[in-house]
Design a protein. Structure first.
Length: 166
């Protein structure tokens, strides 16, 4: 039978070696990862979001569910900036892609270079004192893809214009 002192020492050693938070790994796969938050000044749940990039990627953060929340996003302890200023009172549920594209919901994106990252965030506005949002990593569009997409838009526009003039 172990002595009380041995049990306490073992427990203390385990407590000191355990991480103070659970890291959430992200991948450059364009998928959204939910996090919750509380009142103004609260941090994102599941943080830090951790990843290592071998090439540049785009970090995206969006509010969801009920609009009105805003965040400051940090990379390795340094502020990347604030998400956009939201409007108040719109409900979009968990459709993170639609929330990211909506002017009613606070969102932000930052291009990150190759490197190792710990992303954290703080709630700046929280009219409901709690909520849900999401974070995502996506590849930076290649210049060739952008040029090809623009060429397609021009051809499509020319076709529509030709059809409308008949």
């Amino acid at each position: 039978m172990k002595s009380t002192l041995t049990i306490l020492a073992t427990s203390l050693a385990a407590l000191l070696s355990a991480p103070a938070f659970a890291e959430t790994p992200l991948s450059v796969d364009n998928s959204w990862h939910y996090f919750s938050f509380g009142n103004v000044g609260s941090t994102f749940s599941n943080q830090p979001f951790t990843f290592t990039l071998t090439e540049a990627a785009v970090l995206r953060v969006t509010d969801a569910y009920n609009s009105g929340d805003q965040f400051e996003v940090f990379s390795n302890g340094n502020s990347l900036g604030l998400t956009s200023t939201p409007t108040y009172g719109h409900d979009i549920g968990a459709d993170y892609a639609a929330a990211f594209l909506s002017e009613n919901f606070s969102h932000g994106q930052w291009t990150l270079a190759a490197g190792t990252y710990n992303i954290t965030g703080v709630t700046i506005l929280s009219p409901y004192s709690a909520g849900g949002a999401a974070i995502s990593l996506s590849a930076v569009p290649e210049p060739e893809s952008i040029a090809l997409m623009l060429a397609g838009v021009v051809v499509l526009g020319a076709g529509l214009r030709r059809r409308n003039t008949r």
